[in-house]
Design a protein around this ligand. Structure first.
Ligand code: ADP
Length: 169
């Protein structure tokens, strides 16, 4: 299990993996944060494919091609906006990881990288979000052959430490 989960600090748009996960919004038509960075790096053909998908519900995921990215695919998942924990935010964030990993399994994706879904503009507390990310991923990998490897991508030092601590437990 240990060698199936990786942790790096950096820019997810530069990774050479089968799929990167995008922290998208329900429209799937781009936005700020990692979503904006992915759209810029992938190029304008991405938005055309996204327009054909008719959006996505919170907690669910949809796949597109990666276009100009080194990553072959983008799995767009819609994280919950944090409202204090009273609107099923935990379950919805867990569902983002489950549904993204489920698509990876179906498509026989070997390597997949996740940013911290909902932990930027959407305001989900980072420690709790990292715990959900790690526990849902471990649970999924235990039961499934694909994806073979999951990389968590952090953008800041303190977030890296949070994941490192959880992964060493
Ligand atoms: P959300 O709206 O789901 O909160 P954001 O894009 O605002 O999404 O933030 C999600 C996480 O992605 C944050 O932890 C942010 O620091 C991180 N992030 C932003 N840009 C990048 C990037 N290029 N690569 C990896 N992570 C990123």
């Amino acid at each position: 299990m240990k060698n199936r989960i990786d942790l790096i600090k950096g820019d997810i748009t530069t990774l050479e993996v089968d799929a990167i996960v995008n922290a998208a919004n329900k429209s799937l038509l781009g936005g700020g944060g990692v979503d904006g960075a992915i759209h810029i790096a992938a190029g304008p053909d991405l938005i055309d494919e996204c327009k054909s998908l008719n959006g996505c519900e919170t907690g669910k995921s949809k796949i597109t091609k990666g276009y100009r990215l080194k990553a072959k695919h983008i799995i767009h998942t819609v994280g919950p906006v944090w409202y204090g924990g009273y609107r099923d935010e935990h379950e919805l964030l867990a569902s983002c990881y489950q549904s993204s990993l489920e698509i990876a399994r179906e498509q026989k994706i070997r390597t997949i990288a996740f940013p911290g879904i909902s932990t930027g503009i959407y305001g989900f507390p980072r420690e709790m979000a990292a715990l959900i990310a790690v526990s849902e991923t471990r649970r999924f990998l235990m039961k499934n052959k694909y994806p073979e490897k999951v990389t968590f991508v952090t953008f800041t030092d303190d977030n890296y430490e949070t994941y490192r601590r959880l992964l060493n437990q």
